[in-house]
Write a protein that binds this ligand. Structure first.
Ligand SMILES: [Zn+2]
Length: 151
């Protein structure tokens, strides 16, 4: 095993979880590898410092202040709870309305389009109308006014 592979096993070795053959390999490696030895030493130092922290006393009223802060945060969030619930219900209601509208539009048959083809084809079939219009050179304003007035 090389340095990197052995270094991966250092944590397990420290916790006493390394296999017997791994332990002997690591112990031999720690004699020669300064970096891994330094890492092991650092962990040992950290562990001893953590043990010395256990005797630290919390200031008087610390737990009461923590509880008060937690209660204050709960009150702050509970103020917005009804607003948030209303917003959620509104969004849900609008979504349902849109879904129902789409379903309604899909289920009901679309209105029959007005077929104007017959009118157009009627004009085309009536061969006299276009030809009579074409015979006259143009429709004057007076013709249009007369048509509107007489209708
Ligand atoms: Zn090493």
């Amino acid at each position: 095993m090389n340095h990197h592979e052995l270094r991966e096993l250092l944590s397990a070795y420290r916790d006493g979880e390394a296999a017997k053959n791994e332990r002997s390999l690591l112990e031999e490696h720690l004699v020669h590898c300064e970096e891994c030895a330094r890492l092991m030493h650092g962990w040992a130092e950290l562990g001893s410092k953590m043990k010395s922290i256990e005797g630290v006393q919390l200031p008087v009223g610390f737990s009461r202040r923590v509880l008060n802060n937690i209660r204050q945060e709960e009150e702050d969030t509970s103020f917005w709870m009804p607003v948030e619930a209303l917003a959620r219900k509104t969004v849900l209601g609008l979504s349902m309305a849109v879904i129902l509208l789409v379903v309604f539009m899909l289920v009901t048959e679309p209105a029959q389009p007005v077929i104007i083809e017959s009118y157009l084809s009627g004009e085309v079939q009536d061969g006299n109308a276009p030809s009579s219009l074409l015979q006259r050179e143009s429709i004057s304003k007076d013709d249009v006014l007369l048509a509107v007035m007489t209708k």
